[in-house]
Design a protein. Structure first.
Length: 311
């Protein structure tokens, strides 16, 4: 039995890089029912697994090691199942754009809340700074100030001309980093810049909606330097949040969680309860209105049992 790292998922096959460096195509042996996760894919890129080789030169995955974390999204609008995007990541780079196409703060905040729930540290990568007007750059400054203050490191880059990318690359060394974001934000262009030997497909922006076309269908890991990996993921349209109780949602907004300790009631949902320190903090601009709106937006979705596309 060999051990290795799942570096690619093609839907029916998994490519495993064994600890002695061999790449082996694998299938799943038996029925993996992971505790408490109803998932379309029981094994994800980034999983550590045990494999048993067979005579054909392929192998069966027989065991999966415990994950330190993972990040999931809802498999589709109607589905009660989740899709595990990746497992065992050191950090996530969420690539966002102020325009061409615009990434809404609702989407950013949903992603951040989900990542907090699954213990994945996130950095925000603001791409396409070479294209923005003065007003857009001012808005970008406001977003960077907001998220940096909350505790999410931010990068300003242009994947098209390389501006700011070298500083980003330095912070990726020796880590397994997930790259995510809407289609069209330049994620593949950025990864191509970071990994010139790979040359991923890049998608045209659909001029009809100023939205990106999907170019990636499955997550895949690419080696970077000595011990680093970049995980490229499909462009994410919406981001449903999973199995959070109403009173838990605020735990995944760092600044709301901080102020909630001062609320009069321990199970305060920060909407209409008397003595709510969070609403007071919003009124006094200690918590931004956009973040509070995103928080309410998740609660509304939960009440209606909805999955909302986050454009």
């Amino acid at each position: 039995m060999d051990k290795g790292l799942v570096i690619k998922n093609t839907g029916s096959w998994y490519v495993v890089k064994t600890d002695d460096g061999a790449l082996v195509e694998c299938k799943i042996k038996g029925n993996f029912r992971l505790k408490g996760i109803r998932s379309t894919n029981p094994i994800a890129v980034g999983d550590r697994v045990c494999i048993v080789p067979n005579a054909e030169g392929t192998a069966f995955i027989t065991e999966i090691e415990d994950r330190k974390n993972y990040i999931i999204r809802r498999a589709s609008n109607l589905s009660k199942q989740s899709h595990i995007i990746a497992a065992n990541v050191d950090a996530c780079m969420l690539v966002v754009t102020v325009n061409y196409p615009e990434t809404s703060t609702t989407f950013i905040d949903r992603f951040l809340a989900s990542a907090e729930a699954y213990r994945v540290p996130v950095n925000l990568v603001f791409n396409k700074i070479d294209l923005y007007s003065e007003d857009e750059l001012r808005y970008l400054d406001g977003l960077v100030n907001l998220y940096t203050h909350i505790g999410y490191p931010c990068y300003r880059i242009s994947a098209a001309n390389g501006e700011g990318v070298d500083a980003l690359k330095e912070d990726l060394q020796g880590k397994i980093t997930l790259f995510s974001g809407h289609s069209g934000v330049g994620k593949s262009t950025l990864i191509n810049y970071l990994l010139p030997d790979q040359q991923l497909k890049t998608g045209e922006i659909s001029s009809v909606h100023n939205k990106g076309m999907h170019t990636t269908t499955f997550s895949e890991m690419y080696p970077l330097g000595e011990n680093g990996y970049i995980i490229d993921t499909p462009g994410i349209k919406g981001f449903g949040t999973f199995d959070m109780k109403d009173e838990e949602v605020g735990h995944y907004f760092k600044e709301i969680f901080e102020f909630s300790a001062r609320c009069k009631y321990g199970n305060c949902t920060h909407r209409h309860e008397p003595g709510c320190a969070v609403r007071e903090a919003v009124e006094n601009h200690y918590i931004s209105q956009s973040r509070y709106n995103s928080y309410l937006n998740i609660l509304e979705d939960k009440e209606e049992g909805k999955y909302r596309s986050a454009f």
